[in-house]
Design a protein around this ligand. Structure first.
Ligand code: AMP
Ligand code: MG
Length: 418
């Protein structure tokens, strides 16, 4: 049964045996065992990978006490407003001042330069009056003013990053800042994908009556690529038992996960269900969400299996809500927090009680700069344009019977994958 067909069914109001969204996600994620093989990668190849070990800093960052400003380095002890000091040299970033600062003396200093011996503060150049080789202070100076102590960012031996952290641009920069050239990361999971359906043609082919272009493989492939797994693309498989069985056998061989789209709904030929039961331990789940049921989940040999629905929006919703957290766990990643905002809706939203709905929304700034959300309009699970226009899910809970304009709704912004 697809989602459009389900709309209007009285079964929506009673859900015996339906799992809630949270139950299903918890069950799926807790069934996943993370990959534990590791490999060494150089920094340039580390973006998006997940750390297999804690990273301790081999050095202090910054490695030496230095100036946070362009100005004058001096000893603050006993210095009053109006004091006059002799400028005895310059400390550049990368070219320290070799001498010692004594009483009544200072050096010119640039941002990032080593604080010269004898100095304990830097006065901003805007706060002095310079005349030839002397400066006159316009106000008193406190010890440690504008001084960045060695190790204030990271102490030598201290923990810089944790096992399970995904390496983003900032972590790459941080690793470089402590001079680490190679890191141990968790092996990328191998994920095999294929789409099923006799009606599916590939871009470049012409369409006969009753045929459509396969779009799921493109959305699925690119979401997986953004997640950072290794993808084994087995293409489009027609609804024929022998071909499907071969595809399932190829997919489960040597891969950590298998993801398919289509062919798992009740209306499809029973052989898919039977075959999956023969090849592995698969549960067919009815989850109380819309769009996105039914979903199959389980093991095919040593691989995790995710059988997603065929409708293009359902594929993206179920991937985002179930497959993504499961694959992050498989990748060994510390789960990122789920970001749900309470935002007023500009549009009234219709809904029947029974299933949680992931309506597509546009999060935007109101005239006063605050956030508001509007619906993308018609919410059919085949309407991929609704995902393209959207930048968030508007999540309406199982028991909700719709909301009025101005009501607060739960909003989950898309980030990264979609
Ligand atoms: P199914 O779950 O196989 O019954 O498919 C449900 C709906 O999704 C049908 O309208 C299919 O034509 C459509 N569909 C299935 N697979 C794809 C695909 N790979 N790309 C686009 N639409 C699809
Ligand atoms: Mg089908």
């Amino acid at each position: 049964m697809n989602d459009q067909a389900a709309t209007g069914s009285c079964a929506d109001n009673h859900n015996p045996g339906l799992l809630t969204m949270d139950e299903a996600r918890t069950r799926i994620v807790s069934n996943i065992k993370p990959v534990n093989e590791q490999e060494e990668v150089g920094l340039w190849g580390a973006l998006g990978r997940v750390l297999a070990e804690d990273i301790l800093s081999p050095i202090n960052v910054p490695p030496y006490t230095n100036s946070a400003m362009d100005g004058y380095a001096l000893n603050s002890h006993g210095i009053e407003q109006g004091a006059t000091l002799q400028v005895i040299g310059t400390a550049w970033a990368g070219k320290p001042f070799a001498g010692q600062i004594g009483k009544g003396e200072c050096t010119r200093i640039m941002t990032g330069a080593v604080i010269p011996d004898g100095a304990d503060a830097v006065v901003m150049q805007e706060l002095v009056e310079r005349k030839a080789d002397t400066i006159c202070l316009q106000r008193a100076v406190r010890a440690q003013e504008n001084v960045r102590p060695a190790g204030e960012d990271l102490r030598a031996g201290g923990q810089a990053l944790s096992k399970g952290q995904r390496i983003r641009p900032v972590e790459l920069g941080l690793l470089a800042s402590i001079g680490v050239a190679e890191v141990s990361v968790i092996r990328r999971p191998r994920v095999a994908i294929f789409c099923t359906g006799d009606e599916l043609r590939s871009v470049g082919q012409s369409l006969e009556k009753g045929e459509i272009y396969d779009s799921n493989r493109y959305t699925l492939y690119s979401m997986l690529e953004r997640l950072g797994v290794e993808i084994i693309d087995l293409g489009v498989i027609p609804d024929q038992p022998e071909l499907l069985e071969k595809a399932f056998r190829d997919a489960m061989e040597g891969n950590d996960a298998v993801i398919t789209t289509g062919g798992v709904s009740v209306g499809d030929a029973d052989y898919v269900t039977g075959m999956l039961e023969k090849l592995g331990q698969i549960d067919f789940w009815k989850i109380a969400i819309k769009p996105g049921r039914p979903l199959a989940f389980g093991k095919l040999g040593d691989s995790q299996f995710f059988g997603l629905p065929g409708n293009p929006v359902s594929v993206m919703v179920t991937f985002y809500q179930f497959v993504q957290p499961a694959l992050r766990r498989l990748m060994g990643e510390i789960p990122p927090p789920r970001i749900l905002l309470q935002i007023p809706t500009v549009t009234a939203l219709r809904k029947r009680p029974g299933r949680a709905e992931f309506q597509r929304g546009i999060l935007e700034n109101a005239a006063d700069g605050t956030l508001q959300v509007r619906s993308t309009g018609h919410q059919g699970s085949g309407i991929l344009r609704s995902m393209s226009e959207a930048n968030c899910f508007i999540i309406l809970t199982e028991d909700s019977s719709g909301v009025e304009a101005g009501d607060l709704v739960s909003v989950e912004p898309f980030h990264g994958l979609v």
